[in-house]
Design a protein around this ligand. Structure first.
Ligand code: C2O
Ligand code: CU
Ligand code: CU
Length: 485
């Protein structure tokens, strides 16, 4: 792996603030963190993304071959109305099929962008998205079956903001890149020459890819510069499999204001926040004291029954690592000085009586089968690996659904297309505070019961997906599909 000297000589200068023992997580350097470019489609009602290849220099050494939308790696933050039709145009200039799925958008199956809607090389897909839901931070990413992990790892992902334009009235930080930060968390690996490396070991294939270097918005070793006031962090876990156990290095509170699909009624002060692949959370952090502080994470807790020692590598437990350091610049305008009390959002509270019941077991093959199973038959749901040709079940539109989802061997982040759900119970008890808002992805650690109602249709030709968001598990068959009629 790279050394401190490589990083320093490559990136020029700056003081090292953190080097973690036992891991080569990137040293932190005083380079300001850049936001993804903002592509504001709220006025025009249309936007265009061009999937393209490029070369990205992450570490100041050799360049990596990467993909992005409208740029070298990842895509812009697309801001659009939360209520009204939006025309998207996605041009694929790559030499293989991709798709663009709107993760968290509650729209019909025929514009959902899943594995049945490949965009062939050299073509453009131009769906009209009938957006009508609460404002939220959601995201987009490629979703070609069997290729999702590799394509997302190469950079085919970005953030979407569904906006009603009222955040300033709510007293929420809303100046993009000033006090309203988009943070795409990804862990990546680099080879000795500094090129991004996605070769999968057996543990990677089984438990999901884990990197050893933090990449935020496509940048290694950058510091987020914030005003002396309240800053909003829109956190997206865009990693293939890493689950972050987030906290602030000085234990100050993170005030949770939004979950996957929208604002809460009021902020919830947390000292720890778990962020699983596919999830988004928005938190407010108070930087008024001007002190330097970092967002840090515990090591991956997702070793399940396989243990760390035998699998070795990056899966050992250890001290927390830096996700992103913050520096307060008191010269910056700080628009928001106090936490709002009323966020104007909601927490789901549906009446579960009479709901249609369904059990969903997320499964990994055990024993010798685990090592010998190949690609698409290692992982399954209710005994079946994903099959593009098979509809797993049909859901009745507008009828309340109660899904009991269980995970074996490991924790699995479970995601459902086309809906937002209430977490009714976790392991028989009340949901964790961070799971009391509207969600489309939830980390299943044991069993959870979810309540949801589908309002949009999905046909057998263009069905909705439900799957584990550890991308190596999803590609390996831990996915199913269903219709809504
Ligand atoms: Cu984020 Cu089916 O995906
Ligand atoms: Cu999705
Ligand atoms: Cu999984």
């Amino acid at each position: 792996m790279f050394t401190r000297r490589n990083i320093l000589s490559g990136l020029g200068a700056g003081a090292i603030s953190t080097v973690l023992p036992g891991l080569s997580w990137a040293d932190t350097i005083n380079r300001p963190l850049a936001m993804p470019p903002l592509l504001d489609a709220t006025d025009t009602g249309r936007f265009r993304l061009t999937a393209q290849s490029g070369k990205m220099n992450f570490l100041g050494q050799s360049k990596s071959e990467t993909w992005g939308f409208n740029q070298t790696y990842l895509g812009p933050t697309v801001r659009m109305t939360n209520s009204g039709a939006v025309r998207a145009e996605i041009e694929n200039t790559l030499d293989e099929a991709i798709s663009v799925h709107w993760h968290g958008m509650i729209i019909p199956g025929d514009v959902d962008g899943g594995p049945h809607q490949p965009i062939a090389p050299g073509t453009t897909w131009a769906p009209e998205l009938p957006v009508d839901q609460a404002q939220a931070t959601i995201w987009y990413h490629s979703h070609i079956h069997g290729e999702t992990a590799r394509q997302v790892q190469k950079g085919l992902a970005g953030v979407l903001q569904l906006s009603d334009g009222l955040d300033a009235d709510r007293g929420l930080p809303s100046t993009y890149g000033l006090d309203d930060l988009t943070l795409v968390l990804q862990d990546r690996r680099f080879d000795r020459r500094g090129r991004m490396d996605y070769s999968l070991s057996m543990p990677d294939q089984m438990m999901g890819f884990l990197g050893d270097t933090m990449v935020i918005n496509g940048q290694v070793g950058a510091t987020a510069v914030v005003p002396k006031g309240i800053t909003r962090l829109r956190l997206l876990n865009g990693s293939n499999s890493r689950i972050y156990g987030l906290s602030m290095s000085d234990e100050r509170a993170m005030h949770l204001i939004a979950t996957d699909n929208g604002l809460l009624d009021r902020p919830i002060a947390l000292d720890a926040l778990t962020l699983a692949p596919g999830e988004r959370y928005e938190v407010l952090v108070d930087f008024t004291d001007g002190n330097e502080v970092s967002l840090i994470s515990a090591q991956s807790a997702n070793m399940g029954m396989m243990g760390g020692g035998m699998m070795g590598g990056n899966r050992t437990s250890g001290p927390p690592f830096t996700v992103v350091p913050f520096r307060v610049d008191s010269a910056l305008n700080a628009p928001i000085a106090a936490l709002p009390e009323d966020l104007g959002g909601s927490r789901p509270d549906m009446d579960a009586r009479g709901a249609t019941q369904r059990s969903i077991a997320l499964e990994m093959a055990m024993g010798p089968g685990m090592m010998m199973g190949r690609g698409s038959d290692r992982f399954s749901i209710n005994g079946e690996s994903f099959d593009m040709q098979r509809t797993d079940f049909a859901v009745q539109r507008s009828v309340l659904q109660r899904w009991s989802v269980s995970a074996n061997m490991m924790m699995h982040p479970f995601h459902v297309h086309g809906v937002t759900f209430q977490v009714l119970t976790e392991n028989g008890g009340a949901p964790k505070p961070q799971n009391t808002g509207w969600k489309d992805t939830i980390l299943i650690d044991g069993r959870a019961e979810l309540l949801m109602r589908f309002d949009q249709p999905a046909s057998a030709e263009l069905p909705y997906m439900f799957h584990c968001h550890i991308l190596e598990h999803e590609d390996g068959g831990m996915m199913g599909q269903f219709t809504v009629t």
